[in-house]
Design a protein around this ligand. Structure first.
Ligand code: ITT
Length: 194
């Protein structure tokens, strides 16, 4: 099956191209500005997929994702892309987050990444798949691979406790996006759509 990827984040596109190597054919589309005012990753993934479907009238795959902090549930989560817009780079945003933990004297570094995919085949065929990575927020920036908040995130199950940015290969195979994609692939196989 061929799907339009409803994302303007090149890093996500790159992960999807690897993850769907032998199942879905991913087509990039011109960016559509979507107001992500849903109250969950599911609602925002749905809003993005619907907007692209209405324009292109073809099956669409969207991704809404983010980093959820146990100690500060309102800071990132579904707002992850909009944290401190005055800071130009994700390096600066990550440093600001580390400082936030220090300033608030909070030692609960538990967190998780969530990724929700929405496969919008038609108005009546809309499916969701979720993947979660559990981990901790690092107190220093670690590594140079990946994107976004990867340098801050140490996944619980990494055998050497490397951050996503120190081992993006591990992330590609075991991360939240990979898990959501596995669910989607299972669905495609069962529905004989792959
Ligand atoms: P699209 O909506 O066009 O797909 P976006 O970057 O705006 O692109 P989101 O609305 O889903 O995507 O924002 C999620 C933000 O959370 C994203 O910009 C990153 O900063 C962060 N994020 C999501 N997944 C991540 C990952 O795997 N690693 C690091 N940061 C991630």
């Amino acid at each position: 099956m061929k799907v339009i990827l409803a994302s303007s984040n090149d890093h996500k596109v790159e992960e999807f191209q690897v993850l769907f190597k032998d199942s879905l054919e991913i087509e990039k589309a011109d960016k559509i500005e979507v107001i992500e005012d849903g109250t969950s990753f599911f609602e925002n993934a749905h809003l993005k997929a619907k907007a692209y479907f209405e324009k292109y009238k073809k099956p669409v795959l969207s991704d809404d994702s983010g980093l959820c902090l146990e100690a500060f549930p309102l800071i990132l989560g579904i707002h992850s892309a909009r944290y401190k817009p005055e800071l130009a780079s994700y390096t600066d945003k990550c440093i600001a987050l580390i400082d936030h933990y220090k300033n608030e004297e909070v030692n609960n570094f538990n967190s998780h990444f969530s990724c929700v995919l929405c496969l919008y085949i038609s108005e009546k065929e809309v499916y969701f798949f979720e993947g979660i990575s559990e981990g901790k927020i690092s107190q220093t920036l670690r590594g140079h691979q990946g994107f976004g908040y990867d340098p801050l995130f140490i996944p619980t199950h990494h055998p050497e406790q490397k951050s996503f940015s120190e081992d993006s290969e591990w992330k590609f195979e075991n991360g939240h996006r990979a898990k959501a994609v596995q669910e989607l692939k299972k669905f495609l196989k069962e529905a004989r759509l792959s």
